[in-house]
Design a protein around this ligand. Structure first.
Ligand code: MN
Length: 286
C-alpha cells in the first residue's frame, strides 16, 4: 500500500469523505478495558481502516460503488472509562442519525456497541438488535464489572432493544435463562439448513441494528479476535443473512467489534473491512 493513499475508510479521495456530503460515517472507537483473554482490540479500528485502503471499491454482487454516496471517517472516540466512552459513542451516533447519515461504529471491545444501540433506540424507538456473536454475552455482571464485554447484551436489553442472537456457541450456564430459544440461532443449528434465516427474519422487528462481534465467524475466516471459538459461521452465511435483512427490514446502524489484529497477518482486518463495505453496499441498494 502506497503512503499516498489517504488514511480513511476505503482510502477515498477527499471529495468522497466530507461529512456534509457523506451518506455514511465510520466511527472508530479504540476502547479496550476488560479483555478476558487475547488483548489488542484497541488496535482494531486503525487496522481495519488501514486494511480497507486495499479494497476494490466496486461490489460485484450489488453492482455499485457505494463510496460514491460518501463515506466520512470520523475522529476516534478517545475515552478511558466505559461510562464516558458509551456516552460519547451515543451522542456521536445520535448526531449521525439526526443528520441522516448511516453510522458504522468500529471497536474496540464489544462494550462500544452499547452507545450505538442507545442512540438508535432513542432516535427510532422500536429497534431490534441482530446480535452476531460466538458468545451470548448475557452475564448480568462479570468480574464485578457491569460494563465487561461479557455482559454487553444484558446492558443492551436494558435499553429496551429487542435482541435476536445468531451464531452462539459458547456460554455459561448462568446465561441460559436470559437466552430464549425463540430469540436465538445456535451455531450448531446453521449448517445444512436455511430454516435459521427464516427464524431470524421472523424474530426481528422492522428496524434493525446489526451488531457484529467478529468472533461469530469461524476462525478459518477471521482468526484475529479476542476470544476465538471453533465451529463458527462462514463468510457467505453471514453476508447472506445481512443481505436478506437489508432487503426485508430497515437497517438503522452497524457495529463491528472485537478485532484483535495479529502482528504478521492482515486477513482478519481485511475481512472486517470488506464486511463493512459490503453491508453498506447492501443497505444502499435495498
Ligand atoms: Mn464474542
Amino acid at each position: 500500500m502506497s503512503d499516498s493513499v489517504p488514511f480513511n475508510f476505503g482510502g477515498l479521495e477527499k471529495k468522497y469523505t466530507d461529512y456534509e456530503n457523506s451518506g455514511m460515517v465510520i466511527l472508530p472507537v479504540p476502547f479496550e478495558q476488560t479483555s478476558s483473554w487475547i488483548e489488542g482490540s484497541a488496535r482494531g479500528p486503525e487496522s481495519i481502516i488501514n486494511a480497507s485502503r486495499n479494497m476494490e471499491l466496486y461490489d460485484i454482487e450489488t453492482g455499485i460503488e457505494v463510496y460514491r454516496a460518501g463515506i466520512h471517517t470520523a475522529d476516534s472516540v478517545e475515552e478511558d472509562s466505559a461510562v464516558s466512552m458509551i456516552e460519547e459513542v451515543y451522542s456521536r451516533n445520535l448526531k449521525f442519525h439526526k443528520d441522516s447519515k448511516f453510522p458504522v461504529t468500529v471497536g474496540g471491545e464489544h462494550t462500544v456497541s452499547i452507545g450505538a444501540v442507545k442512540a438508535a433506540v432513542e432516535y427510532y424507538g422500536d429497534v431490534s438488535v441482530l446480535h452476531l456473536d460466538a458468545h451470548s454475552d448475557f452475564r448480568r455482571s462479570y468480574e464485578g464489572n457491569p460494563y465487561s464485554h461479557a455482559c454487553v447484551m444484558s446492558r443492551i436489553s436494558e435499553l429496551g432493544a429487542d435482541v435476536f442472537s445468531v451464531g452462539i456457541r459458547s456460554m455459561d450456564i448462568s446465561e441460559r435463562e436470559s437466552l430464549k430459544d425463540s430469540k436465538t440461532v445456535f451455531a450448531h443449528e446453521i449448517p445444512g439448513s436455511n430454516d435459521w434465516e427464516k427464524r431470524a427474519l421472523k424474530g426481528l422487528k422492522d428496524k434493525v441494528f446489526i451488531d457484529v462481534d467478529l468472533d461469530v465467524f469461524d476462525p478459518s475466516v477471521i482468526p484475529a479476535t479476542g476470544t476465538p471459538e471453533p465451529g463458527g459461521m462462514l463468510w457467505q452465511q453471514v453476508t447472506g443473512l445481512i443481505k436478506k435483512i437489508t432487503e426485508k427490514k430497515h437497517v438503522v446502524g452497524l457495529g463491528i467489534v472485537e478485532l484483535c489484529p495479529f502482528e504478521n497477518s492482515s486477513i482478519s482486518e481485511f475481512a472486517a473491512a470488506v464486511l463493512i463495505y459490503k453491508t453498506l453496499s447492501y443497505v444502499n441498494t435495498a
